[in-house]
Design a protein around this ligand. Structure first.
Ligand SMILES: Nc1ncnc2c1ncn2[C@@H]1O[C@H](COP(=O)(O)OP(=O)(O)O)[C@@H](O)[C@H]1O
Ligand SMILES: [Mg+2]
Length: 324
């Protein structure tokens, strides 16, 4: 049985627009999304702003009612069986202020343990373990307002684990963190998954999604555009990228390259010291000599070929097709 089951999920928002003549407008935030997540899986939801990621997470965490369709977590209906479900899940919204800044780290966790009715017998040990896990043991009794952003975010993770949830939802958990803070968080997420917890997260960082997620769903405008492992998504692209550094870029070069068979897209960027060409293509080994031929007068400084990255996949699927 899947831990998360989403079937033909829809969610509309009714808003009013205009200042004098207010008109009702319906936003179809989630149009028809279906997916399943297995136990222990790290599942990534990727998509531009306004794609419907947060709405999906809010429905799955029982904070928002769906307009139509089905959403179940751990076999419980997210709308209808929320009381039973809430004990077994938790969520962390990146950058959110869900901590009490004037309380210490310890007192924050103690407060949230009480909310989740964690028995007194295990509360102390659980808080100590969580503080240790997120590297805040030595700061346990400092007020949160004295913490750096990374420390606050790590404490949020600890907060999200007070009830030892079976499923954890993370909405942009590493947003605004420095590289070390983000890495620490990613390591914690991997560890949790290793312990058998199921994790659904959203992120705008492609490398992060690639590193962490067992499977990735790319959504846009409330619809599912792709769903697979990162490896398969890249493989299905059937493409590679050739990157060329040039001193000189002639006007007709881009047209000539685009006209080559198996070249799917060409883009150029200019810098102080020259130009960079990005050539998306199939069968790169055949293409490289042709590209060199076309560019021979343009003084190639370097030419490299690389496999498609998750970012290439994302850009190809979403392209300029953003809703917000
Ligand atoms: N409370 C709300 N009222 C009206 N529209 C909303 C509300 N929340 C979200 N939306 C709209 O729903 C769409 C999806 O939003 P959201 O789920 O936050 O996307 P994401 O998290 O992918 O950026 C957007 O068009 C957004 O403007
Ligand atoms: Mg969001």
């Amino acid at each position: 049985m899947s831990v998360i089951e989403v079937k033909n999920l829809k969610r509309d928002y009714e808003t009013s627009v205009g200042i004098f003549k207010r008109e009702k407008k319906v936003v179809h935030a989630i149009k028809d999304i279906s997916f399943e997540v297995g136990q222990g899986e790290i599942f990534g939801l990727l998509g531009p702003n306004g794609a419907g990621k947060t709405s999906t997470i809010k429905i799955l965490t029982t904070l928002l009612a769906p307009t139509a369709g089905e959403a179940r977590v751990l076999g419980c209906k997210c709308f209808g069986e929320e009381k039973e479900l809430r004990k077994r899940i938790n969520f962390i919204f990146g950058g959110e202020r869900s901590l009490y800044w004037r309380l210490s780290a310890y007192d924050n966790l103690s407060y949230f343990c009480d909310l989740y009715q964690v028995p007194e017998k295990i509360k102390k040990k659980r808080i100590a373990d969580l503080l240790d896990m997120v590297g805040l043991s030595d700061r346990a009794h400092y007020r949160v307002e004295t913490f750096s952003k990374g420390m606050k975010q790590r404490l949020q993770i600890a907060r999200g684990l007070v009830n030892n949830p079976e499923v954890l939802f993370l909405d942009e958990p590493t947003i605004g963190l420095d590289p070390v803070g983000a890495k620490t968080l990613r390591d914690i997420i991997k560890r949790l998954s290793g312990e058998g917890k199921t994790i659904l997260l959203t992120t705008h960082y492609m490398q992060e999604a690639d590193e962490l997620c067992d499977r990735i769903a790319i959504i846009n405008k409330g619809e599912l555009y792709a769903l697979n492992t990162s490896e398969k998504l890249k493989e299905n692209m059937d493409s590679a990228v050739i990157e060329v550094d040039l001193d000189l870029l002639k006007e007709d070069t881009l047209y000539k390259l685009k006209a080559l068979e198996n070249v799917t897209a060409v883009s150029a960027a200019s810098y102080n010291l020259g130009h960079k060409l990005k050539i998306d293509c199939r069968n790169p080994k055949k293409i490289i000599p042709l590209v060199s031929q076309q560019l021979s007068e343009n003084q190639i400084k370097s030419i490299v070929m690389r496999e498609a990255t998750l970012e290439d996949v994302y850009l190809k699927i979403i392209g300029g097709d953003c809703s917000a």
